[in-house]
Design a protein around this ligand. Sequence first.
Ligand SMILES: Cc1cc2nc3c(=O)[nH]c(=O)nc-3n(C[C@H](O)[C@H](O)[C@H](O)COP(=O)(O)OP(=O)(O)OC[C@H]3O[C@@H](n4cnc5c(N)ncnc54)[C@H](O)[C@@H]3O)c2cc1C
Length: 403
Amino acid sequence: MPIHYLKVSVKIILVTSFLKHMNTVYDVIIIGGGIAGASLAYHLVSQGVKTLLFDRQDQGWATQAGAGIVSPFTASNAIGFGNDSLFHFAVEALEYYPILMKQLDKQSDSSIFANNGLMVVAVTEDELEKFEELKSTICQRFEKRALSTTKELRFLSNDEAQQMFPPLAETKGAIYVSRAAQVDGRLIAQALYEAAEQHDLTVKPVGVEQLIIQNQVVKGVVANGNTFLAQKVAIAGGAWSIEFEKQLGLKIPIEPLRGQIIHLNVTNINTTNKPIISTVSDRYMMSWPDNRLVVGASRESVGFDIHTTVTGVHEVLGEALRVTPGLKDASLREIRVGLRPIAQDQLPILGTAPNIDNLYLATGLGNAGLAAGPYIGKVVAEVILGKNSQSNIDAFNVQRFNS
Ligand SMILES: Cc1cc2nc3c(=O)[nH]c(=O)nc-3n(C[C@H](O)[C@H](O)[C@H](O)COP(=O)(O)OP(=O)(O)OC[C@H]3O[C@@H](n4cnc5c(N)ncnc54)[C@H](O)[C@@H]3O)c2cc1C
């Protein structure tokens, strides 16, 4: 075919596809395709909701980098878990994981989600004070959920701790919590997309520049210069969600918190069914069956800078070797960097917007977004569809910053 005919037909196809989107009014448009957007999309389309998802695929999106600890009973107060609403929501999120895995037909895939528990350790005398504090916080949280500590908690001697995780340094204190799990962020997001695409989710790998708002009602978005219409729009843009603040006239106070996290390859250590190791200062080592040990992570307020740094890598590896000297012969496999979307008060920002109709938020997932993200998608989908939800998310409404 002559080249100019080819050009004409390509133009016709582009114009036709543009007109098709111009004419289509989606039920819901989602902005952002990390764990929050992917889960929201899955929970909408699986109920027959016509959904279009935009994902700009910014480098440093958190879901591809996150460690994936799912452990509300041991999570530190310093990352928001002193708040009871967040704690109870996170427990519901943990309980939802096996249900979701079954729905996705991935219940036996332990490379995505595994329930291996978590061990908190102190390896020096001067960590014992913090260790005791954390121990009592953990016990109180079990009481809050009316769960038996005798069944779910074990205080371990040094020998028992070493047996469970041989690379550990001598422990001065160790507590094992069985009600804790781990998830691979990339794989769970992929599984959600695969399931959503079977229900006709439309995904566009471009950025949304603007919302279309008329008389305080959202009508759609402008993406790549084109208009896309929808009955409802949800913002799930991670650390970038703040871009819509100005247009909405709404405070969405989220900041990126950079995390550098290192994947090691180990051949002399069995990495299957091992508990996550967590230090009293929130550093961790997590094992995956493919000879992989993940150690992390840095916490750096450096804006949207996604570089790996000598200081970050030094800090993460230094702490890993101090707590687990048995890793000294491990080889470096990969360094990942991600930007956690942290709200001013460290709680997620979920649900309706106070001043704009038909606009929803699923953002500010913070330090525990891989743990809560799949459940957040379910609950925000229920809010969008006006359904009763098991969870009350009023405490997470953006109104709290805009009264
Ligand atoms: C090092 C590290 C360790 C972590 N460890 C854990 C952990 O152990 N447990 C845990 O639960 N969580 C952990 N997290 C946190 C977790 O990863 C995040 O909370 C979660 O992934 C956030 O998901 P999200 O979907 O909100 O955002 P993201 O995954 O960042 O996705 C946002 C997406 O929105 C897109 N986007 C933004 N604006 C637009 C726009 N205008 N148009 C189109 N697309 C747009 C971006 O390109 C991006 O793809 C960790 C994070 C890091 C970085």
